[in-house]
Design a protein around this ligand. Structure first.
Ligand code: GTP
Ligand code: MG
Length: 362
């Protein structure tokens, strides 16, 4: 009923419109019921194993869900998938915004599917934790790859923390592999901590660069250079070819200054154009050589074992943190304690100790 006293209130309700008679109630009921039907974890698992993309997408949605009932079901599916995963190559692709990561993935992905590979494209996108899946727009940069039946593109998960988003991507890798995808490409924006997260879930880490635009040697973080297995200068087309060649030499020289890698691999530098596809096939050849070397010297397998361990610990850290901050008692005392710390009434360490004690005493 409309509120007569407050005709302009936001709480005012407009009388509803009854549905036209032409709509069959039975049909509506049928559609609603259909939407509610959730396949069991077993059904999802067998769907995934059979290469069914709908089952894969539904399982990923479970992994991404914050509903705790979904979490249990997601874990069942992931555990069932684990023995069928692992048979892939996981490639991380990073670079500053606008360097051409998505365009590169379109060209590179198409090259891989032309070689008979099945390619899954995932993303760890810290900005999407704010904008909720900004990489969605990326499908327009991957127009051809989207249509390729041997490719699967999943927009990045959204969540409150990078750790949470990264964990979901890590689990999505397992599901994609069990579904038969043998090459996993993970795009991340070259800002903040996301490269470290992606680096710890991939076998090969590729850094895309362009010349000029402040994206040269001076503007690069040492840590990222150290992680790279290959530096590829993109947009080496038109007037830019010579500059790209020079940049390649400069990076090559700079890479020499870094200590040798545990993998025994010497990072490579090359140029490519994601528009003309020049140099794209060579990137795969490089990765192929890397795989040959690291599988023979066992680094590939050791690194995956280490990464598994890392993700276990990372998940514990993440969940402890979430649990702590969501604790009702902590939430009640947090604001007052923050103020007390700001006003020097209590030291930050003593305050932290007090909150932790409140949390653990239960
Ligand atoms: N000339 C030329 N332009 C390119 C090349 N690769 C990408 N571009 C252009 O560069 C712009 C940015 O490309 P994106 O693929 O969206 O870059 P991105 O790194 O994915 O960007 P973010 O997702 O915003 O981080 C687009 O206008 C592309 O058409 C290339 O090899 N040559
Ligand atoms: Mg992009």
């Amino acid at each position: 009923m409309p509120n007569k006293k407050l005709p302009h209130s936001a709480l005012n309700e407009k009388p509803g419109i009854s549905s036209p008679e032409a709509i069959s109630a039975a049909a509506v009921e049928h559609i609603q019921q259909f939407r509610k039907i959730q396949p069991s974890s077993n059904e999802l698992f067998s769907g995934i194993l059979a290469g069914n993309i709908t089952a894969l997408s539904r399982a990923i949605t479970l992994v991404e869900s914050t509903n705790t009932n979904h979490l249990a079901k997601a874990n069942e599916v992931i555990n069932a998938c684990l023995p069928h995963a692992n048979k892939s190559v996981r490639i991380g692709i990073t670079g500053v915004p606008g360097v051409g990561k998505s365009t590169f993935i379109e060209a590179f992905g198409l090259h891989l599917t032309s070689l008979g590979k099945k390619v899954a494209v995932l993303a760890v996108d810290p900005s999407s934790t704010i904008s909720h899946g900004s990489i969605l727009g990326d499908k327009t940069r991957m127009e051809e790859l989207v249509k390729d039946k041997n490719a699967y593109i999943r927009p990045s998960a959204s969540g409150e923390t990078l750790g949470g988003v990264a964990r979901k991507t890590r689990e999505t890798i397992t599901l994609c592999e069990a579904c038969g995808f043998d090459t996993i490409l993970i795009e991340t924006v070259g800002v903040g901590q996301s490269e470290t997260a992606v680096h710890s879930m991939v076998d090969f880490f590729l850094l895309l660069k362009i010349t000029g635009a402040g994206d040269d040697l001076q503007g690069i973080k040492r840590g990222i250079m150290e992680m790279a297995d290959a530096i590829v200068i993109n947009k080496a087309d038109g007037d830019n070819i010579r500059k790209a060649q020079l940049a390649k030499l400069e990076f090559k020289r700079a890479l020499h200054l870094f200590p040798a890698k545990k993998s025994g691999w010497i990072p490579t530098t090359s140029t490519c154009s994601s528009i003309s596809h020049e140099g794209i096939a060579e990137v795969w050849e490089t990765i192929h050589k890397f795989l040959e070397l690291t599988k023979v010297n066992n680094y590939f397998f050791e690194k995956r074992k280490e990464q598994n361990q890392y993700w276990m610990l990372e998940t514990i850290n993440e969940q402890l943190k979430t649990n702590f901050y969501n604790n009702p008692e902590i939430q009640v005392s947090m604001n007052a304690t923050k103020k007390a710390v700001q006003n020097d009434e209590i030291s930050p360490f003593a305050a932290a100790q007090k909150l932790l004690e409140t949390y653990f005493k239960k």
